[in-house]
Design a protein around this ligand. Structure first.
Ligand SMILES: [Mg+2]
Length: 441
């Protein structure tokens, strides 16, 4: 046992551990365990009934355990007697193949066999809203173009500072915080890392923002499109690929956009499977009100609607802002942090293995000149279409097993059935059903 959690508990005065896992729908589940038993739990894991969460299991299935990864330990900065641990799911002595964190680790392993690793950073946007979810919390935040508004940002200084202080304490390297493009919307950025660390931090960040917002009398939501006339919550990822000698495999300074052949092939893989990936990257019914949205009050949705890539141009699904990396702008705030990273790797490997040509980049303003790109493929119009694309996508079925893909589709289709059978009223284009089911995503 390289990292002994019981010793760390004594040294850092941790009284309780949250042994957690994330289910298929990205929900963070936990057991709160006293530090007196952490030695045993570190080895054997904490027990859960899988059927009770979003995993394709039955009530008759045996106990599933979450084995905590001690290297993921985060001592809650605002509650230092509690330590949070990300966990991997096991059942009957074997890893659960549909455990999202294990699904990501399997893809990392595939890259490792090629002596490669993925580094990513995520940009999590969120709204600060009233407890009932009906309105944004700052009544003065009404400008048509509120992006980077200093006064609106500083009116929320106490909370933003508290979250940023936590990230500084945790050593995440936060470097900027801003008011985003919609009234009530914010974004906080921290340094990129290896993709598993980023995924664990992404999970924790959402928990931290929601918890601290609540402590300050507000509610934070990562819902893709909580307000029909405002810009939605994206979750863009900046992606680069590295070899074991620390060389960026996407970097080619002789290329016009600064990207290597491997980089273009990697993008080719994502473009080739973008419709299927949408089922993971835009996993909720509400997601499709962000990517297929009409122009917002601010003048742009800032989300893609076509499967295209570009240079430093934010109107496309993929932007190459700088040499040696690209930004994938498809994902929204409801994406499962582990499936987000796992999907990028699987599609990227497919692109590199099959040398998939991404086609020519588009440099037009896609929001105004889409008629000039007649052959540009559209993103799925709703979750059902995306799930059908996922079920037929060979790359996804072979990378993650068709059994796992079937389970995911089964659970999401059940959700669509529930939505269709709901009698809840439609309020300004976003239904109450969506709010009840997505505000806390
Ligand atoms: Mg942003």
């Amino acid at each position: 046992m390289a990292i002994d959690l019981s010793k760390i508990a004594k040294k850092n005065k941790i009284k309780y551990f949250l042994i957690s896992y994330v289910d298929f729908f990205g929900v963070l589940r936990s057991k709160l365990v006293p530090s007196q038993v952490i030695k045993k739990m570190q080895l054997e894991g904490a027990g859960f009934a899988g059927f009770a969460t979003y995993l394709d299991m039955t009530p008759a299935d045996p106990d599933m355990v979450s084995i905590p990864d001690p290297s993921s330990l985060i001592q809650l900065p605002w509650q230092p007697d509690v330590g949070w641990l990300a966990g991997d799911l096991w059942m009957n002595g074997k890893p659960v193949s549909s455990s999202p964190r294990i699904m990501l680790k399997n893809q990392i392993e595939r890259l490792k066999r090629k002596k490669l690793s993925l580094k990513t950073g995520v940009e999590c946007e969120f709204f600060l809203i009233s407890q009932d979810g009906r309105s944004i919390v700052d009544e003065k935040d009404i400008a048509f173009k509120p992006c980077y508004d200093q006064s609106a940002l500083m009116r929320k200084y106490d909370l933003i500072k508290e979250i940023c202080d936590c990230m500084i304490k945790l050593g995440w390297g936060p470097y900027q915080n801003d008011h985003e493009d919609a009234n009530g919307q914010f974004e906080m950025n921290w340094d990129y890392s290896d993709c598993l660390t980023t995924a664990d931090r992404h999970v924790f960040f959402k928990f931290m923002v929601k918890t601290l917002a609540e402590k300050n009398g507000m509610r934070a939501t990562f819902m893709p499109k909580p307000f029909v006339n405002k810009t939605g919550n994206g979750c863009h990822a900046h992606v680069s690929l590295w070899n074991s000698k620390g060389k960026n495999k996407f970097l080619d300074t002789t290329d016009k956009l600064g990207l290597s052949k491997s980089g273009y092939h990697f993008i080719g893989g994502i473009i080739n499977s973008a419709e299927a990936l949408s089922a993971w990257f835009n996993p909720t019914i509400n997601s499709y009100k962000r990517i297929n949205a009409p122009v917002t009050d601010s003048g742009a949705t800032w989300s893609p609607n076509t499967i295209t890539y570009s240079g430093n141009n934010r109107t496309h699904m993929i932007r190459i802002p700088d040499s040696g990396r690209f930004e994938l702008r498809l994902m929204d705030g409801s994406a499962n942090p582990y499936l987000l990273q796992a999907g990028i790797i699987a599609a990227g490997i497919d692109g590199m293995d099959h040398k998939i040509n991404p086609g020519k980049p588009e440099f037009i303003n896609m929001y105004e000149e889409s008629h000039k790109a007649k052959n540009a493929k559209k993103l799925p119009r709703n979750l059902e279409v995306a799930l059908n694309k996922l079920s037929k996508n060979k790359m996804m079925n072979t990378s993650f097993t068709s059994e796992t893909i079937k389970s995911y589709i089964k659970l999401r289709k059940k959700e669509i059935d529930l939505f269709k059978s709901s009698k809840i009223s439609n309020i300004k284009g976003i239904t109450d059903w969506e709010k009840i089911n997505t505000l806390d995503c």
